[in-house]
Ligand binder design. Sequence first.
Ligand code: DQA
Length: 141
Amino acid sequence: MKVLVLNGPNLNRLGKREPAIYGSQTLADLEGLCATTGKELGLEVDFRQTNHEGELLEWLHEAADNGYPVVLNAAAWTHTSVAVGDACAQLTAPLIEVHLSNVHKREAFRHHSYVSAHAVGVIAGLGAQGYVAALGFIAHR
Ligand code: DQA
């Protein structure tokens, strides 16, 4: 089974970006962890990151058209983008929303998500292990 693991803006900066919040792991480390986890679980993990909202929308459309489950860290677009929410609404297989940090312990503007209403579940605050948990859920559901 193919799974898209989609990451939004600024996540390419992991490792350099606010390490007190996001840790020292890079995006490449996260991709490696997802690839290893996918192999263990028998999933084909397609891991992507973009700083361009339209590109994320097209990836979500691709997932909808092909019935791919999605693990989504939409980063700041989680809190701002009706368009990302509308694309998530079109998905035809399970969506898991993931955040590295616990957004509910942070600024109030991070407490609202346009993604959550369309997700089977939401994982926040477990760092990279949140991605592992999301892939495990998809494999075992
Ligand atoms: C994030 C949390 C968001 O609020 C923030 O804008 C991000 C990353 C996380 O993974 O903790 O860029 O999605």
